[in-house]
Design a protein around this ligand. Structure first.
Ligand SMILES: Nc1ncnc2c1ncn2[C@@H]1O[C@H](COP(=O)(O)OP(=O)(O)OP(=O)(O)O)[C@@H](O)[C@H]1O
Length: 267
């Protein structure tokens, strides 16, 4: 009896030590311990004293922000408040000139031109106007995105394309041209494209801006499902109906800065 108990304790100790080693190597390999504590505590975005510029015009000042892995964050604010400029700085379309900014382990202030494709490989970016290439099929669009981010082996690329299209329920449309799809379907493909490189963080700039309320809700539910699978999402939106239906942490861009908005619930 005692020997059995000792054996069980021994096995538990072995598994815990193995788990610890795997967590140190990569949290994705973790075995059985509640890895959520480890994954959730990872910071995917940190800004300290950051100013955001468009050319020489300062759009946002002194941003201090920390986003943890697994969060879903809305960015709201009126037209011209600086939401897109903020997002563009995060995916290095605008340079970080002042302050300290780290995103998925890249230092935005020290980023060289040659690093930008690698940063973008670690991010998924979704736009309001889908940005699909009109001259090729859905397969061709995703294939192009994989090639642009360093993939070369055809079988692996085909497997990945099928996997991400399946995730967004668009696999049956793989051979269609973008113009043969509805807006909501095109946005699903754009989301699939954002998932190609298994990004930790997805930046979505008004992903439902061109969609009707029903289709917006469907795209939103897809994004929430992706978020539940462990990916962090930062989403710009003007759609207050979505905020009410799917409440989440909300940051407001206003008066040259960004601050958290606390939702009031009805009494
Ligand atoms: N390429 C540019 N050159 C100079 N100024 C720009 C440029 N793009 C945007 N701006 C200015 O920067 C400010 C912020 O613009 P931005 O597009 O970030 O706002 P936004 O909050 O995303 O607006 P919207 O909700 O309309 O998309 C605005 O005053 C805008 O006029």
């Amino acid at each position: 009896m005692y020997s059995l108990i000792f054996k069980i304790i021994e096995i538990i100790i072995l598994l815990v030590s193995l788990e610890y080693k795997l967590i140190r190597k990569s949290c994705k390999l973790s075995l059985f311990l509640p890895k959520i504590w480890f994954v959730m505590s990872k910071t995917v975005l940190s800004l300290q004293g950051v100013d955001i510029y468009q050319n020489n015009h300062k759009v946002l000042s002194n941003l201090n922000l920390e986003v943890k892995n697994g969060e879903f964050i809305y960015i709201i604010g009126k037209t011209g408040a600086g939401k897109s400029s903020f997002m563009k700085t995060l995916y290095a379309d605008l340079p970080l000139l002042t302050g300290q900014g780290n995103i998925v382990d890249y230092d935005l202030g020290k980023l060289k031109e040659k690093d930008i494709p690698y940063l973008r490989r670690s991010l998924g970016v979704v736009f309001q106007d889908f940005k699909l290439l009109p001259d090729r099929t859905i397969y061709g669009n995703l294939h192009f995105a994989l090639r642009a981010t360093g993939w070369a082996e055809k079988k692996a690329m085909d497997r990945k394309i099928e996997e991400v299209l399946d995730k967004v329920s668009m696999l049956p449309h793989i051979q269609k041209m973008p113009h043969q799809l509805s807006g909501g379907e095109q946005q699903r493909v754009a989301i699939a494209r954002a998932l190609l490189n298994d990004p930790d963080l997805i930046l979505a700039d008004e992903p439902t801006g061109n969609l009707d309320p029903q289709t917006s809700a469907e795209v939103m539910e897809l994004l929430l499902k992706i978020n539940e699978s462990g990916r962090t999402i930062i989403m710009v939106t003007h759609d207050y109906a979505l905020l009410l239906k799917y409440p989440a942490k909300t940051l407001k861009c206003d008066d040259g800065t960004i601050f958290e908005v606390v939702h009031r619930t009805a009494q």
